[in-house]
Design a protein around this ligand. Structure first.
Ligand SMILES: NC(=O)c1ccc[n+]([C@@H]2O[C@H](COP(=O)([O-])OP(=O)(O)OC[C@H]3O[C@@H](n4cnc5c(N)ncnc54)[C@H](O)[C@@H]3O)[C@@H](O)[C@H]2O)c1
Length: 316
């Protein structure tokens, strides 16, 4: 991989990926509509020659502009509508961004001779309430929200483009990612909100008994998985996760937070944890950052102003 297009590159995970690609000497173009991303996330990368193309992944003209600028050999497709509650309220908009957006990117990749296409998919949502935990890639998909359904459908289009056109596609099924630059809306937004509350000394609300588990994955580890997937020939889908289950209550306790309990939310998955062994074999990748260390880095990265902004969304 010499040059890459990163969609959603101004967002939480995308901006960390852009930083890593640039540090590794790759030419990088970012396509982002700034709906949730911020150019400020790219300040360091901008000074190192990253090309920014404002635009929507559902707009074929914007996508063609972004691709012809640098003729990337690899596309990392991270742009998405990531808010599960919004997806429930407006499933059509969710599908337009997550499914039609992916299809628009695949079509452009095929037309412009892109070599490799890496999708940010979701293991945290796509398996639903799984029979086996940690859940392997062979488990039945049970999308429990329009967001999960649109990601599952996007994955099948990747498979189709591989079969029909020989485009080397891979879907990384990420668990619950956390770290610096995250806001509270995404799948591991609970950590962003808890860290904000910790910084401000506020209590947090935990739904039910707090015994629901998640597979919390530090963003630096996710970036390494994307880099490995970009440089690899493996296709299909791979879980990117720690394989460790942590309760929401344990996260609150690790951060020393006072907890208030609220009624359990209907439809919330009780246990979510992914088996990462295929990623170790196929991508030579494994998560390396312990949760305590990742939480510490996330807390340290939050400026007082950033903490105040986050706190506004969690304050009582
Ligand atoms: N954060 C997690 O825990 C997690 C877990 C599993 C999968 N993912 C996936 O990883 C990817 C990145 O997530 P994130 O947490 O960094 O979210 P994010 O909201 O910070 O990043 C998404 C980026 O995409 C951009 N975007 C949204 N719609 C767009 C459109 N139509 N056209 C162009 N740009 C658009 C946003 O402005 C933003 O910069 C997403 O595909 C998400 O589904 C995230």
């Amino acid at each position: 991989m010499r040059s890459a297009l990163v969609t959603g590159g101004a967002g939480f995970i995308g901006s960390h990926l852009v930083d890593a690609l640039v540090a590794d000497g790759r030419r990088v173009t970012v396509l982002d509509d700034l709906s949730t991303g911020r150019w400020e996330n790219l300040v360091g990368a901008l000074n190192r020659g990253v090309r920014l193309t404002p635009g929507n992944v559902t707009d074929p003209h914007a996508v063609a502009r972004a691709i012809t600028a640098e003729r990337p050999d690899t596309i990392f497709h991270l742009a998405a509508q990531i808010d599960v509650r919004h997806a429930v309220a407006d499933p059509v908009h969710d599908a337009v961004v997550n499914l039609i957006g992916t299809l628009t990117m695949l079509q452009a990749a095929q037309r412009h001779g892109v070599r490799r296409f890496v999708l940010a998919s979701t293991g945290g949502a796509i398996y639903g309430e799984a029979d086996v935990v940690p859940t392997p890639e062979t488990a039945e998909l049970r999308p429990a929200s329009p967001y999960a359904a649109s990601k599952a459908a996007a994955e099948s289009y990747l498979d189709l483009y591989r079969t029909l056109y020989g485009l080397a596609t891979i879907s990384l099924r990420l668990s619950n990612v956390y770290g610096p630059r995250q806001n509270g809306a995404g799948e591991a937004g609970v950590i962003a909100m808890f860290c904000a509350a910790a910084g401000a000394g506020h209590p947090v609300t935990v739904f039910g008994d707090g015994g629901q588990t998640r597979d919390f994955l530090y963003v630096g580890d996710v970036v390494n998985a994307f880099l490995a997937a970009g440089d690899n020939t493996r296709t299909g889908c791979v879980n990117v996760a720690t394989g460790r289950e942590t309760t929401v209550l344990a996260v609150a306790q690790t951060l020393g937070l006072r907890v208030r309990h609220a009624p359990e939310r209907t439809g919330e998955v009780r246990r979510s944890c992914l088996d990462p062994s295929a990623a170790a074999t196929a991508l030579n990748w494994q998560a390396r950052t312990a949760l305590a260390e990742g939480l510490d880095r996330t807390l340290t990265s939050m400026s007082p102003a950033a903490r105040r902004a986050q706190v506004a969304s969690v304050a009582p």
